[in-house]
Design a protein. Structure first.
Length: 332
C-alpha cells in the first residue's frame, strides 16, 4: 500500500526454478512494486513471499542473497571493475584468493577480461551493463532480478545485450525475474510473460501464446498491434465460436493488401475480404505499415518489403483479406 492506494492487489504468482519470467506492463501497472517486493525493498501488507521453500517476506533485502541489476547499473564509481565484482564476494566472506579467481572467470565470460582495472566512468553503457550483470551473477544467487536492465541503452546495443542476457541465463540457469515495459524485449527474452494492469495480473503465458492468443483487448493492444473488427460490420467467421462478451481481432501481419484488380488474387471460402482506402503508408526498413480506412474503422496492415512488390500510397483503393482461422476473440 502507498497511503490508501494498493499498488499490487491479489497477486498470486509462481516462478519455476531456472525460468526466465518477465513482468510486463505500462507505468503504474504494479510491475516495479512487484519486483521491489521480491527484492525486499518493500514489504507486503498481507500474504507471503516464498523463495526456495522459505518465507522471506520479513527478511531484509541485504539478507536475501539475490542478484539485482538496475536500469542505472548502480556501480560503485570509486571502485574499479574488479573492485565492483569483488565487493559482493567480500561481503559473503569469500577468501581473497578465491575472489580473484572468480572475478577473472566472470570478466572473461562477459568479454571484459582486459577491463578489470578501469573505473566505471571509463566504460561505455554496454560495458557498464556487462559489469552490472557480472556483479549480480558472481555470487551464484538463487534468483536474479532485473529492473528495466536495458532501458538506458540505444536500440542496436539493446538488441545486442538481449542476446547476451539470453545466453547468460541459459549458461548459468539462474531463476530470473525481469521487469520491463518494452514488449519486444519481453518477447525476446522470456520463457513466460506476466502482463499486469492496475496492480493485477491480466494474463500469464508463453510469449508465443500471449501474442497469438491474447485473452483480453488490453493484452492484444499492449503486446503488439491489433485490429478489432467490431466496427467494420462483418459477419465474422473463425475457428472458435464468438460470444456476446468477445471482440474479433486480427494481427496486422496476418492481413494481405491488394490492388482491387490484382490478377490471380482470387477469393477463397477460408478468407474474409474487405475494401478500403489507404490513409497512410509508413516505410520502416524491412516492413511497410499501411493504415487503411474501412467504413468507420481503420485497419493496420504490416507486410515485409520484397522486390517487385506493389506499393500503395495515400488515397489508393485497396482490397484486404485474411484467413478466417487467423481471427482471435478477446474479451473487452
Amino acid at each position: 500500500m502507498y497511503g490508501q492506494v494498493a499498488a499490487v492487489r491479489n497477486l498470486s504468482l509462481t516462478v519455476e526454478r531456472g525460468e526466465f519470467l518477465t513482468i510486463l506492463g505500462p507505468s503504474g501497472s504494479g510491475k516495479t512494486t512487484t519486483l521491489m517486493l521480491l527484492a525486499g525493498f518493500e514489504a507486503p501488507n498481507t500474504g507471503d513471499i516464498v523463495i526456495g521453500g522459505k518465507s522471506v517476506a520479513a527478511v531484509p533485502s541485504y539478507r536475501r542473497d539475490q542478484g539485482i541489476v538496475f536500469q542505472s547499473y548502480a556501480l560503485f564509481p570509486h571502485l574499479s571493475v574488479r573492485g565492483n565484482l569483488e565487493f559482493p564476494l567480500e561481503m559473503r566472506g569469500v577468501k581473497q584468493k578465491d575472489r580473484s579467481a572468480r572475478v577473472e572467470r566472470i570478466l572473461n565470460r562477459v568479454h571484459l577480461g582486459d577491463f578489470g582495472d578501469r573505473m566505471p566512468s571509463q566504460l561505455s553503457g554496454g560495458q557498464q551493463q556487462r559489469v552490472a550483470l557480472a556483479r549480480a551473477l558472481i555470487a551464484d544467487p538463487p534468483i536474479l532480478l532485473l529492473d528495466e536492465p536495458l532501458g538506458a541503452l540505444d536500440r542496436n546495443l539493446r538488441e545486442q545485450m538481449q542476446g547476451e542476457i539470453k545466453t547468460l541465463h541459459r549458461e548459468f540457469g539462474i531463476t530470473t525475474v525481469c521487469v520491463t515495459h518494452d514488449q519486444e524485449e519481453a518477447l525476446t527474452l522470456s520463457d513466460r510473460i506476466v502482463v499486469m494492469r492496475a496492480g493485477q495480473i491480466e494474463q500469464t503465458d508463453t510469449p508465443e501464446s500471449l501474442y497469438d492468443r491474447p485473452a483480453t483487448r488490453f493484452v492484444a493492444n499492449f503486446l503488439g498491434e491489433a485490429n478489432f473488427l467490431d466496427d467494420i460490420g462483418l459477419a465474422v467467421g473463425a475457428d472458435v465460436p464468438q460470444s456476446s462478451e468477445t471482440i474479433a481481432m486480427v494481427r496486422p501481419e496476418r492481413i494481405r493488401i491488394w490492388a482491387p484488380d490484382a490478377a490471380g488474387r482470387g477469393f477463397a471460402d477460408d478468407r474474409q475480404e474487405v475494401s478500403g482506402t489507404v490513409e497512410e503508408m509508413i516505410y520502416a526498413g524491412p516492413l511497410r505499415k499501411y493504415q487503411v480506412r474501412v467504413g468507420h474503422a481503420q485497419l493496420i496492415v504490416r507486410e515485409h518489403v520484397a522486390a517487385g512488390q506493389q506499393v500503395f500510397r495515400k488515397g489508393d483503393e485497396v482490397r484486404l483479406d485474411w484467413l478466417r482461422t487467423d481471427i482471435r476473440f478477446v474479451t473487452a
